[in-house]
Design a protein around this ligand. Sequence first.
Ligand SMILES: Nc1ncnc2c1ncn2[C@@H]1O[C@H](COP(=O)(O)OP(=O)(O)OP(=O)(O)O)[C@@H](O)[C@H]1O
Ligand SMILES: [Mg+2]
Length: 258
Amino acid sequence: MLKVENLARYFGGIKAVDGIDFDIHRGEILGLIGPNGSGKSTTVNLIAGLYAPTTGRVTYEGQDIQSLLPHERANLGIARTFQNIRLFGQLSVWQNLWAARVVRETGWSGLKERWFSTASQGKLETESYLEFCGLQHKRDQLAANLAFGEQRRLELARAAISGAPLLLLDEPAAGMNSEEIDDLDQRIRKLRDQGKTIMLIEHHMELVMGVCDRVVVLNFGRKIAEGKPEQVQQDPQVQAAYLGSDSDDDFMQAALQA
Ligand SMILES: Nc1ncnc2c1ncn2[C@@H]1O[C@H](COP(=O)(O)OP(=O)(O)OP(=O)(O)O)[C@@H](O)[C@H]1O
Ligand SMILES: [Mg+2]
């Protein structure tokens, strides 16, 4: 579905991503993990088109998407969430979802027109995603006033309602408690069952190892391992990368030491 080839991005002397190759297969949940600063978010930004690569290319469904802007890539079918949440804070929960759905159908140009219309188009589907993220009781609250975990849930639902078949999720569990992470696990599986393909960046190893079909591991901008969760967990290079880092990957360290 998506192919990354020899992809690199340097920031001055920092090789944030340094020549990586991997594929995302249709219908799978692919984990992208690695210690802090290993290049995960940069990889998402390269795929989503926020950064231009220093070298290499990204193809989506066989099409080289290098010349496409971020919103063009989104229209093509690549949606993402941000490590630092980006919602419309001054819109309500419901409006955040509804707006993402309208943009899917009409583009940004249709949003203003629909905003002032009383037609019920799309409202049912918006309700179903409101239920998906479990925020029915907060539907009229401003997104900015939600608790952190709720904002992450809303952002996930907003990416899903955009209709894109490929979702890039950058640390959707950050700041969540274990109960919320269990719920997230179920939501991610539900999206996959609905036919979405997912790339999941996460530090919570229980979640990654439980939900992912395959995992790619980065360290210092390079790919050091790729395979089934249990394979990469056993990989000595992966263990060394995590144990050697002074990162906050407590879950990984605990998982490896168990
Ligand atoms: N815009 C930028 N300008 C300069 N350096 C950057 C920029 N973005 C990322 N970097 C650097 O590139 C490296 C990789 O960063 P990146 O955010 O991709 O890591 P990450 O794996 O997502 O880390 P984390 O787990 O902490 O989110 C880091 O050393 C970071 O400081
Ligand atoms: Mg990151």
